[in-house]
Structure formats: C-alpha cells, structure tokens
Ligand binder design. Structure first.
Ligand code: ATP
Length: 253
C-alpha cells in the first residue's frame, strides 16, 4: 500500500501476467477498494464488446482501478468521457502533447490510436455500486507485436520522437494516471460529468469532421461535440442527432 494523494490507502498490485487487468479486479474482493492492478502483459486484453486489445509483454501500460460507490452516480454513462480527459491530462503531465479524444473511449495522437478505455460495472444485484476503469496506452509496442490491429495506431515513444522530444517514463505515466483517476472517481459521484465537459469538447478529435455510424445510413454527418449527458452529436441532413454510447462505434469518413 502506498500513499497516493486523494487515495491515501491505495492497494496497487503489479503483476507480470494478467488475463485482463479489468478481469483481475472483477474477481477481487470489493472490500479492498479502491485498488488498482498494473500488468506487464495481458493474455486476453479486451476492448469494448469483447474486441481484442493487443497487449504485448513489457511494451505498454495496462492499468485498471476499482472503486465502490455508496450510490450509483447518476451520469455513469459519461464516466468514460471524464476518464478520457484524465488520460489526456496524465499524458500531458508526463510530457505527451497533442492527445485528442475519439468518442466514446479512444485516445488518439495525429488521428492514430494511442490507447483506449474500458469501463465495466458490477454489483447491481448485490447492492454494491462498483466501477472498474481500465486504461491501455501504447508506450513502446513494435509493429511486429501489433498483429491484428486493424486501424492506425501510435505509441508514446513514436509521438515523442515525432515531436523531437525525449522518451517519457512509463512509471511516471502510471503514477499520473492513478492520481488523476482517483481524483476523478472521487469527484464524479458528487459532481458528475459537468466539470469535464468543456475540456472534453476542446479535445474532441471528431469535431467538424464527417463521421458515420457503420450500419446506419441515417447517422452520417458532421461531428458537433457532445451534449450534457455525453451523447455524441451529429449534424445530419435531417438535423442534429444524438448518438448514445453502448453499441455504437463512430468512424471518420
Ligand atoms: P469504438 O469506436 O467502438 O471504441 P474501436 O474499434 O476503437 O471502436 P475498441 O473496443 O475501443 O474498439 O478497441 C478494440 C480495437 O482496437 C480492436 O478491434 C483493434 O482494431 C484496435 N486495437 C487493439 N489493440 C490495440 C492497441 N494496442 N493499440 C491500438 N489499437 C488497438
């Protein structure tokens, strides 16, 4: 246990291998929350809807943290957006600039995927309100380790090289993230998403770009930011349409 700012008594397990860091926390005792897991390798790293998250050994950051709330925060669907803001801040504090957010859960640099966020909830039936926040950030993954990634991606190392700056420390990035995430999780139950909304809008990777929801021809148009609930807004031919997270993936055209 270490003393870590807003979370004075945080348990952090650093594991060589995990199936997924979210999974480890799902199975952990909620009485030990807040707690965090960092792994060097994920044998079954996941994105949204069970998609694969490439997680080679020692190359990236795979970090999850679990938090138990006394009541479900009323704006839980937008938590992923607030966490995106926290990730951008942590990356900035560690030296990485130019991070943008692609609704609802991707971290981009130069329109390429640097990382992703996976939030899972537990405990509706048991009366516990448990949120598990997982963050994966590519740090030094080599292309030989990236088989199967079917969209443009980037690492922190490459972003720093392109900016002509020295590499950043993965440990420093992990510490910044943990600090920011716990501050956010503590505030969220009281303040919800509103304190993060303006900052999210300033980081929006799709603002003003043509976007579409694959499989739905009507949801095609220009990205116009998000509303107060965190729904993505598309200016379509038929007017402004909100898109809610969940089963929807947005793509730039
Ligand atoms: P959405 O917009 O719905 O989030 P997505 O394709 O970004 O769609 P995610 O669930 O966020 O989906 O992430 C999984 C996808 O990310 C995989 O299908 C793969 O294309 C890509 N991916 C997997 N591992 C990595 C990685 N280490 N870095 C960047 N991209 C990855």
């Amino acid at each position: 246990r270490i003393r870590a700012g807003v979370t004075p008594d945080l348990r952090i397990d650093v594991l060589p291998i995990a199936d997924s860091t979210n999974r480890v926390l799902m199975d952990a005792d909620p009485a030990a929350d807040p707690q965090a897991v960092i792994a060097e390798y994920q044998s079954a790293g996941r994105g949204r809807r069970g998609r694969d998250w490439r997680s080679p050994f020692g190359a990236n950051l795979y970090l999850s943290t679990a938090w138990t709330y006394p009541l479900w925060p009323h704006q839980l669907p937008a938590l992923s957006l607030a966490v995106g803001v926290i990730c951008a801040r942590a990356l900035h504090a560690a030296g990485v600039d130019g991070v943008r957010l692609k609704w609802p859960n991707d971290l981009l640099v130069q329109q390429r995927k640097l990382g992703g966020i996976l939030i899972e909830q537990r405990g509706e039936s048991s009366g516990l309100c448990r949120v598990i926040v997982g963050v994966g950030i590519n740090v030094s993954m080599h292309k030989s380790q990236a088989a199967g990634i079917d969209q443009p991606w980037i690492t922190v190392d490459e972003a720093m090289e392109l900016a002509g700056r020295p590499p950043v420390s993965r440990n420093l990035l992990a510490a910044e993230l943990l600090h920011g995430l716990h501050e956010c999780l503590a505030r969220y139950t009281v303040k919800g998403f509103e304190p993060y909304r303006e900052e999210w809008l300033a980081l929006d990777a799709l603002r003003g770009r043509e976007v579409h929801v694959p499989g739905d021809d009507k949801l095609r148009g220009i990205g116009q930011g998000i509303d107060a609930s965190g729904a993505f807004l598309i200016e379509t031919k038929a007017g402004l349409r909100p898109v809610h997270a969940g089963d929807v993936s947005l793509r730039a055209v």
